[in-house]
Structures are given as C-alpha cells and as structure tokens.
Design a protein around this ligand. Structure first.
Ligand code: NCD
Length: 313
C-alpha cells in the first residue's frame, strides 16, 4: 500500500480513511518493537518545527519526544512572548519562518481554521496540534490506538464520551475517527454542552459508504455506565466559554470516581485526553479501569509513527 501520509498535512480526521488509520497503527506497532538504530534512522537529520500559540504540556512534549525517538530534533516556540509576533509580525510570515527552518511543522492555535490557513502558506506538511474548538487530530489517532491496544478491537464496542462536547476539540476528531468503525457511541453532557451539530451532520460523508456508527445523546452517565466498554471523559473547556456565568452553570456537573466506576463492566476502560481537573477523581487512578496515563505513553509512539510516515515514502 502506498503511504498516504507521505508529505501530507494532518488537519482533520475527516481527511483520513479507515485503512490510513490502520496503516498508522501497524506502523506504531512496528516502531515500538524496533531496535534503536533502525528507529533513529527514520528521522535522522530531520527537524520538527513547533508553533504553539496556546498552552500545552502533553502535546508539545509528546511531539518533541516522538521526534527525538526517531532520531530527529525540534525547533520553535511554545509561547509567543519571545517571538517576533510581539513586534507585530503576521501569522503568515511566522509560518514561513518556521517552515523554512524545518521539515514538518506542528501548530497549535486558538483559532479554528488556522492550521488549514498555515497549510496553504507552508510548503512543508502542517500537523495540527489542536485548533480552537475545531479538532485535535493526532489526539484522536492516539485515542483510537489506545482503544485498539487495550480492548483488542474497535468494531463492536460501545463507547461513551462524556463532558464538554460543545467546546472540546478532541471529541470532534474522535467522532470523525470512530465514524469509520462499527461502534455505538453515547454522548453524555449537560444540555448546554451538547455536541455541535456539525459533528453529526453529514456523518455519512465523513464515514464513507459503509457508515455503521450509531450515536445517542444523553444527560445521565449513570444510565449507560454498566453497558459501555470505554468511557472517554473530557474537561470543561473553561477558557472557551463566552462568559464566566455560563461556565458556572456547568462547573462540577459531572465526574467519575472509583465508586461510580464500580458500576462499570469489569474490563471497561476510562480514558481522558488530559489535563483533568475534578472530572476524574484521583481515587480512580488505582482501579484497573484507568488508562489515561497509558494513553500518554501510546501517544508518543503514535506521533513518532505519524512523523516517520510523513517524512519517509
Ligand atoms: C486537550 C486539548 O488541548 O484540546 N489536551 C491535549 O492536547 N491532550 C484537551 C484539553 O485541553 O482539555
């Protein structure tokens, strides 16, 4: 199979087919097993440009660590205060400078559409590290890989996504990714944090002709907890609320702890893109359901595989 990621932008999960994701997963498996010498030859002498206009711990660390693990290096910035943006340089010029100094660029930005705009300017591939409330494609890639590794399959599973479905960008990428599989998805949120229609509208087109995903919206987590195989919890995206009062209405409105997890199937897993605040209580960490830190470990290898596929034909 030709490598569909070679020199390609990674902006949206809508742009990738199920077989593309499967190639990414098998490459991740191979890479994880690879001897050091072989692994570092994949990115040797290559440079990842980092352009982060929003706070990040995981995504930036994960990309830098992934690039180093295939023998490459990273350059760039993770806050704009130390860059010429402070002097008034435009976004477009900043993209030109970073791409001229690297082989592939990862961009995080508070505005929807910014990664697509950057990709129109840049000759080098742009990978979105999360844009506004829109999408966070590499997070969904590692989320799916985690499900595949921890549950042994994706088809046939029942997956509950709970929390801030309105502003949480990881949720959109995850739904677009899951739409390519035969899964049941329960979307659980307070009414004002329900999924935006754009995620479920036209899902046939995103999923392809054999769409088999089934989506149900609910308000109560307890009503489905005993039936699901995966619970994917998200943080309330306080920084994206138009005002504080709206946030106050939903603050602390859902959580999962060890006691609630006791209602789940014994082999059900709990995931979270992190950072978590109080929506997953610390007492859940020691239960056999917790997979959110394992997700981080898988994430580095999935990103290393993605970068090596983008860089090598
Ligand atoms: C997420 C994000 O930035 O969208 N974090 C991450 O990259 N793992 C989720 C969040 O901030 O809640």
């Amino acid at each position: 199979m030709a490598n569909p990621f070679y020199k390609r932008d990674v902006l949206s999960l809508k742009d990738f087919k199920r077989e593309d994701l499967e190639l990414l997963f098998s490459t991740t498996d191979k890479l994880t097993e690879m001897k050091y010498r072989e692994r570092v030859s994949l990115g040797e002498g290559r440079i990842l440009g980092i352009m982060f206009f929003e706070p990040s711990t995981r995504t930036r660390l994960s990309f830098e660590s992934a690039m180093a693990s295939i023998g490459g290096t990273s350059v760039g910035f993770s806050e704009t205060k130390t860059t010429s943006i402070e002097k008034g340089e435009s976004f477009a010029d900043t993209v030109r400078i970073v791409e001229a100094n690297s082989d592939v660029v990862v961009l995080r930005h508070p505005m929807e559409g910014s990664a697509r705009f950057a990709s129109e300017i840049s000759l080098k591939p742009i990978v979105s590290g999360g844009t506004g409330t829109e999408e966070h494609p590499t997070q969904a890639m590692l989320d799916l890989y985690t499900i595949y590794k921890e549950k042994g399959r994706i088809d046939g599973l029942r997956i509950c996504i709970v929390g801030d479905l309105k502003y949480g960008r990881t949720v959109y990428s995850l739904i677009y990714a899951l739409s390519k599989y035969d899964v049941k998805v329960d979307l659980v949120s307070p009414p004002i944090l329900k999924i935006r229609r754009e995620a479920t509208y036209n899902l046939e087109k995103i999923a392809g002709k054999d769409k088999s995903i089934e989506i149900t919206e609910r308000e109560s987590l307890k009503s489905v907890l005993h039936e699901v195989d995966v619970v994917y919890v998200t943080r309330i995206q306080r920084e994206r609320f138009p005002d504080e009062q709206e946030y106050e209405k939903v603050r602390g409105s859902y959580y999962l702890d060890a006691e609630l997890a006791g209602m789940m199937k014994s082999d059900a897993i709990v995931m979270h893109p992190l950072p978590r605040l109080d929506e997953i209580r610390p007492d859940l960490d020691a239960t056999p359901h917790a997979r959110y830190f394992k997700q981080v470990q898988y994430g580095r290898n999935v990103r290393a595989a993605l970068l090596s596929l983008i860089l090598n034909s």
